[in-house]
Design a protein. Structure first.
Lengths: 342, 319
């Protein structure tokens, strides 16, 4: 601010006021200030490095390329969901229905295959189911102004009950063998397609968020909705698209999950709503809206993946993992609210 | 100024309850209207009632508590699992656990500055983890036959838990309507800023609301454990959503500052009759889940819409 030249017009005085600094403003902005800022802005990245070093020390198999590729493969589904969730979180909204959209999308796809549709149509129908749930979420939230958290919990239950009705609580099996290639196949026999997909998606999304009018308007809505409306943004449409997008990515994740095993059940994605929010917030996307990014979320997802992998390698029991996950979640949101508001 | 048994926001809940009652009385009368079934409904409803009261208090204070279901399940497990140390000890331990979970939620919200539903969501996950650890995922069975009295027995035609719930209802209604602390809770939910400026210790009363909610969830857990004489990990999985639906039907608002305990009771009664009636009519579980989901979406949406309308009316009046 201080390097902005002061103009002579009526605005000159304002600019001067805005760039005025109290005499000791630079105190605490020395080396320790830089470190603090680095810690604030890249907590997840630092955590990831620490975890990887710790993992290398604690376990012999952790740093093998096979294990690392495995981690990436394991988290790629969560990564895709978390990317959609990030878009919503930036606008200060949530989607708790992603977990059951994952199940629903897989079930619709498999049922379409059983009914005789070809590969592309069946996958399009699965994605369509996710987009539909997302759009319903968006319509309900945008036009009633209701709490997105409870509305999407309601649609989550609704999606779950539809999945149960469609499957009659049974496991369904995909009938087109090529479908399994999506989840199991590897590029050059090394990296899974789903890993490449999530990385490409993140880069595209990062570009959209930073460089397009749509992406920018998401941040404006998250920071100050009234200001956005005053400056002529189509708030409702942007939010609606964000909700639909989140449903769509959850459905894509559902397709990949289904194609990995070739089968699906109604509760396939249970817990993913929780994890996707943790991952996004861990990466630095705020629960209060207006902050965050796609690549950051990817780092958050990797932290969760490495943590999970370590807990398994160190054979921590499942109950302990559940408690650890809850405590990590609370620690992360606590840090988020402390860093944003103080 | 008689807010104690004020019948304003509760009227809707009463109408809904009567409509549901009339529906099942006409469509499944020969099963629904038997003394045994009605007693059964009353018992079921009164097991959930304390927990819903707690949710209502938190909602009135402007918060929300997602962890009630997990707390209820853990309290039930403690009340059964610790019986070898004496039933009274077990019950006290269960109630203390509930109060502690409430205090933990209160700390996260008032000191940590975390949004209530996020904070209590995290707590829910932790408590579920504790429950899995404590029970080892095995169902626990009670050993003290006298304990069954509190949830399972009747005095005359009145189930014991119904009497207990009504006593709690009267106590909490008096607390909210007639004491300074109760009115402060309404004031905080209505306008936190104004309450703070009026000199109310906002954080202390928010804390109190969460502690009450945790304790009341534990009361429901103890009653449920007594009724079943056992406890499982699955208990209370959809209780948080049910309690929110019930409290909203009963006139509470997600915006805070509104609602009564009587309304919350009518809300949980309406939902209890609905579940019972659907069971009697042989409605499939899938459709029951879908119905509950639709009700939740509907009450949340109506709550928000009425708020928007009120704001618009206010803007019109000002203009």
């Amino acid at each position: 601010m201080s390097i902005v030249p002061e103009t002579n017009g009526g605005n000159g005085q304002k600019a001067g006021l805005a760039s005025f600094k109290p005499p000791f403003a630079s105190l605490g902005k020395g080396r320790s200030g830089t470190v603090l800022r680095l810690l604030r802005n890249h907590t997840a990245l630092i955590l990831l490095v620490v975890l990887i070093i710790a993992g290398g020390l604690l376990s012999d198999v952790f740093l093998t390329s096979r294990n690392l590729l495995n981690i990436m493969w394991a988290v790629s589904i969560l990564g895709i969901i978390a990317l959609g969730q990030t878009v919503l979180l930036i606008t200060c909204n949530f989607d708790m229905s992603v977990a059951f959209v994952v199940g629903l999308a897989g079930i619709v796809t498999v049922l379409a295959q059983i009914a005789g549709f070809d590969l592309v149509t069946s996958m399009a129908l699965g994605l369509g189911a996710g987009l539909a749930v997302g759009t319903i979420n968006g319509l309900l939230v945008v036009y009633t102004g209701a709490n997105p958290f409870l509305i999407t919990l309601g649609t989550a239950l609704l999606a779950y009950s539809i999945s149960l009705m469609l499957t009659r609580s049974q496991t369904l099996y995909a009938t087109i063998p090529e479908f399994n290639e999506l989840g199991r196949g590897r590029l050059f026999g090394v990296v899974h397609y789903s890993v490449i997909l999530v990385i490409v998606l993140a880069i595209v999304l990062e570009f959209v968020l930073r460089r397009t009018a749509f992406g920018r308007s998401l941040y404006v809505i998250g920071l100050n909705e009234t200001a956005g409306r005053m400056s002529g943004l189509a708030i409702r449409r942007v939010k609606l698209i964000a909700f639909a997008l989140c449903g769509g990515t959850a459905a894509l994740a559902g397709l990949i999950m289904t194609s990995r095993t070739g089968s699906t059940v109604a509760s396939a994605g249970a817990g993913m709503e929780f994890d996707s929010i943790i991952a996004a917030v861990l990466g630095g996307t705020s629960l209060f809206g207006g902050h965050g990014g796609a690549l950051r979320t990817l780092v958050g997802v990797l932290v969760l993946g490495v943590l999970n992998n370590l807990l398994i390698l160190l054979s921590v029991p499942i109950e302990g993992q559940q408690i650890a996950k809850g405590l990590v979640f609370l620690a992360v949101v606590w840090a988020d609210s402390v860093l944003r508001h103080r | 100024m008689n807010r104690t048994f004020h019948f304003g926001g509760d009227q809707t809940a009463a109408v809904i309850a009567v409509v549901i009652f009339a529906t099942f009385a006409t469509t499944a009368g020969e099963y629904f209207l038997t003394l045994r079934n009605l007693e059964n409904v009353a018992r079921q409803v009164s097991l959930d009632a304390p927990l819903v009261f707690g949710q209502a208090i938190v909602l009135i204070a402007g918060g929300i508590d997602i962890s009630v279901g997990a707390t209820m399940a853990m309290a039930a497990a403690l009340a059964i699992g610790l019986q070898e140390n004496g039933t009274l000890t077990a019950v006290i331990a269960a109630l203390t656990f509930g109060a502690l979970v409430g205090a933990f939620n209160g700390l996260l919200v008032t000191r940590g500055g975390i949004v209530p539903f996020v904070a209590t969501l995290g707590t829910m996950s932790v408590v579920r983890g504790l429950l899995l650890t404590y029970t080892g995922q095995q169902p626990l069975s009670g050993t003290d036959d006298a304990f069954v009295f509190w949830g399972g027995d009747s005095i005359g035609i009145f189930p014991v838990p119904l009497i207990l719930s009504l006593v709690i209802l009267i106590g909490l209604s008096l607390f909210l309507g007639r004491t300074r602390a109760g009115r402060n809770i309404y004031a905080i939910g209505g306008n936190r800023e104004a309450a703070y400026l009026a000199g109310i210790a906002v954080k202390r009363f928010e804390m109190l609301a969460f502690v009450l909610s945790g304790t009341l969830a534990a009361v429901s857990g103890v009653l449920l454990a007594s009724r079943l004489n056992s406890a499982t990990v699955q208990l209370g999985n959809d209780t948080a959503l049910l309690s929110i639906s019930a409290a909203l039907i009963g006139g509470a608002s997600l915006l805070g500052g509104r609602g009564t305990i009587v309304g919350a009771f009518l809300g949980v009664l309406a939902l209890g009759m609905l579940t019972n009636g659907m069971n009697l009519l042989g409605v499939h579980t899938y459709f029951q889940i879908a119905t509950k989901a639709t009700i939740l979406i509907a009450v949340v949406a109506i709550d928000a819409l009425s708020r928007t309308m009120a704001r618009r009316r206010l803007a019109m009046a000002a203009a």
